[in-house]
Design a protein around this ligand. Structure first.
Ligand code: SAM
Length: 429
């Protein structure tokens, strides 16, 4: 039976990449633009064809100015499982909504500068080894806009001025900014800023950006280069220069050397979003500054050294601190978006860190290896922070389970052959 078209039905053509991240991206963007995700469609899991209802074409256009998960959007005029079904569905489409004569169209067709573009999209399923003779579904619609997939190429880390071993992939950085509902004039903070990959995506969407990192060399663009055939970082290889490369320097607030375990902020709500990729201890250590008592012998004789005394920073403590910091410093409604590394055989949803001021919005998996993944966690501040909130989540059922992941590094490397590690590294670069 053909689906009846009603007003404001749209067909989103989704990219077949980062499947789990797509729905939270579209939902977050719709809530940013005053729309709501209303859908009668069966599955969003894997299909590239999503049917949804939107209140206006403007919202559809705004959505496409931001999404990197969707390729295009069409005003859906008809849909069927055969040409006959599609035809009868089209016949039912309200004439007044067509803004044109009903099919077949009359008048001149200008293929070079068309006023309207119509598309037929055919769905042959997801299995490339089992393509049916006829499509499972046929859609007919008026093209409205394309998404921002080209940003993945134009902001590619390969062409970026300043990069490091863990620079975040451009596509994922934009997805994170979208999950974080970053908008113009926001203030976005990354407490584990590295080479600032996440700041770039937020600045592209018009937010002012700020970051901190414990590593002096990274913040100051010094030390060894991460590129092949280059030994040392060159002059002006830093986050500010990266923003300049993309014409976004005006959004640069600053980056400082600072330890996320000891934030040096006065009490207050400063940030509209905190978007970050904390270290997992695989390609960068999880360290925090320690007390003088623990100074290893010899270091006190080198006061000019920029390397602070450091202690290992357990992952569970790091996420505890991050949530607490976000709960304190985000504005109400502000979002925290971060990656949580997990050892998949032991992972359960209950171990996702929790805080009384933060509501979990989405939790999406990206596989790293056969037995490890990282999960993109998005939380929204829903309650004003009070001092008693500071430790209350220690009592929650969520705190203890993640402690098992403090040895994530050992788990990551256990049973993984050198070949697999090499493959993973080249996939992430
Ligand atoms: C995964 S990397 C971030 C990469 C970054 N998103 C980028 O695009 O380059 C994690 C960063 O956290 C920093 N870091 C580690 N421990 C820290 C701490 N205690 N406080 C602040 N930064 C820390 C590391 O120096 C590293 O640059």
């Amino acid at each position: 039976m053909a689906l009846r078209c009603t007003l404001n039905r749209y067909l989103l053509l989704m990219a077949q990449e980062h499947l789990e991240f797509r729905l939270p991206e579209i939902k977050s963007l719709l809530s940013l633009f005053g729309g709501q995700f209303i859908s009668s469609h069966e599955t969003y899991g894997k299909s590239p064809f999503w049917i949804l209802s939107l209140p206006s074409e403007d919202i559809a256009r705004n959505l496409m100015k931001r999404t990197v998960c969707a390729k295009s959007i069409f005003e859906l005029w008809g849909h069927g499982r055969s040409p006959e079904e599609l035809y009868s569905s089209l016949k039912n489409y309200p004439v007044e909504k067509m803004a044109l004569e009903f099919l077949p169209f009359e008048g001149k067709v200008n293929l070079k500068k068309p006023q309207h573009i119509f598309s037929i999209l055919e769905d042959y399923g997801l299995d490339p080894n089992c393509i049916p003779e006829n499509p499972y579904n046929i859609y007919f619609g008026r093209w409205i806009a394309d998404g921002q997939r080209e940003l993945i190429e134009s902001y590619s880390v390969k062409k970026r001025h300043f990069i490091g071993n863990t620079s975040m992939d451009a596509g994922l950085s934009f997805i994170m900014a979208n999950h974080g509902k970053v908008k113009e004039n926001d203030i976005v903070f990354d407490p584990f800023v590295g080479t600032g990959g996440l700041l770039i995506a937020s600045a592209h969407f018009g937010a002012y950006v700020y970051g901190t990192d414990i590593d002096y060399n990274t913040v100051h663009g010094l030390g060894k280069a991460s590129r092949k055939n280059q030994k040392w970082r060159g002059p002006d290889e830093n986050i500010r220069a990266n923003l300049r490369q993309y014409g976004l320097e005006k959004y640069y607030l600053d980056v400082l050397v600072s330890d996320a375990s000891k934030p040096s902020w006065r009490k207050g709500t400063y940030f509209d979003a905190i978007i970050t990729d904390p270290p997992y201890g695989i390609r960068e250590s999880t360290r925090r500054t320690g007390s003088q008592k623990e100074v290893p012998r010899g270091i006190e004789k080198c006061p000019e050294s920029h390397v602070p005394v450091s202690l290992s920073y357990h992952l569970s403590d790091m996420f505890f601190d991050l949530l607490n910091f976000a709960a304190e410093t985000l504005v109400l409604g502000g979002r925290l978006v971060y990656w949580l590394p997990v050892y998949t055989p032991e992972y359960t949803e209950e171990m996702v860190p929790w805080h009384p001021c933060l509501k979990l919005i989405s939790n999406c998996e990206q596989k790293l290896s056969s037995h490890t993944s990282r999960r993109l966690i998005t939380m929204e501040k829903v309650k004003k922070f009070e001092n008693r909130d500071q430790y209350s989540h220690l009592l929650s059922d969520h705190f203890l389970p993640y402690q098992g992941h403090n040895s994530f590094r050992d788990k990551y490397f256990s049973g993984v052959t050198k070949r697999i590690i090499k493959e993973e590294k080249s996939n992430q670069e």
